[in-house]
Design a protein around this ligand. Sequence first.
Ligand code: NAI
Ligand code: MG
Length: 326
Amino acid sequence: MSEHIAVIPGDGIGQEVVPAAIEVLDAVGNFEFEYGEAGDATKEETGDALPPETRDLAAQADATLFGAAGETAADVILPLRDIVGSFVNVRPARAYPGVDALRPETDLVFLRENTEGVYSGHEDRLSDDLSTLTRVVTSSASAQLAEYACEYVDERGLDGFHVAHKANVMRETDGRFRDTVVDVAESNGIETEEVLMDAFATHVCLDPEQFDVVVCPNLAGDVLSDLAAGLVGGLGLLPSANIGEENALFEPVHGTAPDIAGEGVANPSATVLSAAMLLEYLGHDEEGQAVRTAVQDVLDEGPRTPDLGGDAGTEDVTSAVVEHLS
Ligand code: NAI
Ligand code: MG
């Protein structure tokens, strides 16, 4: 293994959890890491939250590991997702043995549309009183997401997936999203079950076991995956992958956590699990699985960070994961 991995820690606890994940990657492989700057601090220094060098780094790397950015998050992560050409954001949310979860039976994956919807940046201030936002939905992006979803469930031996939408109100945009996704699934022989996204929020709290794979538009995936984080024990546990045709970027679902940044107590699990997804993306399935198992063991046995009721630091947890790997 000597793939080039771009590493962009960003702001806040990004500076703590990304080094933890690098330590774990170093323990299972031989990668070349190249570091890039991005985020609030970078903007303050250079006037640009995502300088050209960092853009090039992500574009040229085999994959990127990103931490988080603060107030400049939209100026960093949206272009980065675009640079790697990602069309789907894969967000697994599962409860782990030993972790106090509201819903310990939760084990689902969001496949979130990653390029359009209400995050496409078309906002206007039309007057002192009126601002508007244009929601963009294309059949092509919806179909690409659906094709990925079909492969995803097929590889895992599942029959189908849920489609969360709000086509009863947003008839044109979510109507197009729903119709396209359902059509693609049908032509691949994959079953779909529709669920209105607001009703989904209730269903997933009351009975998460009924969901395995949930395909949804951009904003819905953002909000509902944070909700699922609450069911499994917090944001410190949720990894994610932004997958493109030829490149990909991996990042925890959480942000910079300014309330605990600099204290050395951030939970590294989300970022280490993102690194496990990176390993699998690069074809190192065995190593990815080993990292996941090591994180799972440490979550079960401890040490644990304060967000999970423990009193250990980021480094204690990271060392324990590395120890489990050897
Ligand atoms: P956040 O995810 O940073 O924090 C929410 C809560 O979860 C806080 O109480 C925090 O301490 C806790 N938390 C998050 N990750 C944790 C971890 N690994 N270990 C332990 N506790 C953890 O979200 P918030 O507070 O809404 O946003 C803070 C900043 O992060 C904002 O400036 C926002 O713009 C940015 N942000 C950036 C994202 C990105 O770069 N992709 C995503 C979300 C937020
Ligand atoms: Mg979010």
